[in-house]
Design a protein around this ligand. Structure first.
Ligand SMILES: *Cc1c(COP(=O)(O)O)cnc(C)c1O
Length: 396
């Protein structure tokens, strides 16, 4: 956003979207209201016609929600944002804005499970054609392109395999053919990856994860680059209705104030945990973009400004050992979701990616033995000690 000019992201996280208010409260108030009164019939009419700016009804816009939208747009270097009731609502609203029956969508095969299910079971009913591909394989993306391809949807690093897609290369390929690129930036947050810098057209996030960071809100957001691009998205969200309520917006905006601190700690802790896991005798393999052993480590260093808080691993004892480990952790929580201050461990094949079915999982390299770990901001020695005792019975 213009008024923030040269301010760093760390400072934007604290200040962006905090507008002045009637009583000069340092923290913007929660406008817990469904509707806003008009001064007069003429005033109401001018708000509806767009002649005057202001608020009408909270599905169409609310000051507390607007503050959050402006904050995340500033962090992404975008024009403006749309807060949605969940990450899935943000992804659905994006597809509903950009795609019509007969259009073709290319989607990363390693995506959040429900994104895959949305494409395969719901969009397809509305006549949207799709191809799920490994978007880290540029030849595969090229081959999947059709004359009616309108959108390439990329999640990078992919969930839960942490495979990385070259955004600049995919954008140039898509733009050559008149398609737009949408990136799910949930795993990185705007602090570790800014997709607009690489030519991406639309950025979506689940606010539920790192952006809110405290595991107490479900939300999502869409960020656009220009006013022209923004208007049709706002219209679609207004009709579909999947908006974020004011209280949730307040909580997420509050969470973002510490985003820079949290992401720094997530990255530091995850790097140490990944190194620990890599040398543990019970561990068969570890995927973390910050490890030199990650096949796309160089791309990760070029495209991202940090390697994030997510690790996936496979134990030598496979699924059975993974189950043992998940049942043995004490300090780390056994739960889906990620990006909160607390460390969480889960098993994608039976949990987050169960809805995809075995074929889609195999295509996306999500093995039955894969364990996903969201590294929290606790003292890293405590995290490592817990993992170590939990794997004691797994060593082979
Ligand atoms: C959680 C998640 C989503 C969905 O977000 P919800 O807020 O749960 O609807 C989408 N993409 C990624 C990468 C996620 O981790």
């Amino acid at each position: 956003m213009k008024e923030h000019g040269e301010i760093s992201q760390e400072s934007l996280a604290v200040h962006a979207g905090v507008d002045s208010n009637e009583y000069l409260a340092v923290v913007p108030p929660i406008y817990q209201t469904s509707t806003f009164a008009f001064d007069s019939a003429e005033h109401g009419a001018s708000l509806f016609s767009g002649e005057r700016e202001g608020y009408i009804y909270s599905r169409m816009g609310n000051p507390t929600v607007r503050g959050l939208e402006k904050c995340i747009a500033a962090l992404e270097g975008g024009y403006d944002g749309l807060a949605c009731g969940s990450g899935m609502a943000a992804i659905h609203t994006t597809f509903a804005t950009l795609l019509s029956g007969g259009d073709h969508l290319i989607c990363s095969d390693a995506v959040y499970g429900p994104t895959c299910t949305l494409v395969e079971t719901i969009l397809s009913r509305f006549g949207v054609e799709y191809t799920m591909v490994d978007t880290s394989n540029l030849a595969a993306v090229k081959e999947a392109m059709r004359p009616n391809t309108k959108v390439v949807f990329v999640e990078t690093p992919g969930n839960p395999t942490l495979v990385i897609t070259d955004l600049q290369a995919v954008c140039s390929m898509a733009h050559d053919r008149g398609a737009q690129v949408v990136v799910d930036n949930t795993f990185m947050t705007p602090l570790l990856q800014q997709p607009f810098r690489w030519g991406v057209d639309v950025v979506v996030h689940s606010l539920t994860k790192f952006l809110n960071g405290h595991a107490d809100v479900v939300g999502g957001v869409i960020i656009l680059k220009s006013e022209q691009q923004y208007a049709p998205f706002r219209k679609t969200l207004n009709q579909l209705g999947g908006v974020l309520p004011p209280f949730e917006s307040f909580l997420v905006h509050r969470g973002i104030k510490t985003l820079a601190l949290r992401m720094q700690r997530h990255c530091e802790n995850a790097a140490k945990v990944a190194e620990f896991l890599e040398q543990h005798p019970a561990v068969e393999w570890v995927r973390y973009p910050g490890l030199k052993s990650h096949p796309q480590h160089e791309l990760a260093c070029r495209q991202m400004t940090g390697h994030g808080g997510m690790i996936s691993l496979g134990l030598k004892g496979g699924l059975e050992a993974g189950r043992k480990m998940m049942n043995a952790v004490k300090f780390c929580g056994l739960a889906v979701s990620l990006g909160g201050v607390e460390s969480l461990i889960q098993h994608p094949a039976s949990m987050t990616h169960a809805s995809m079915g075995p074929e889609a999982r195999q295509r996306a390299n999500i093995s039955d033995g894969l364990v996903r770990f969201s590294v929290g901001v606790e003292n890293v020695n405590d995290i490592i000690a817990d993992l170590d005792q939990a794997m004691a019975g797994c060593a082979t």
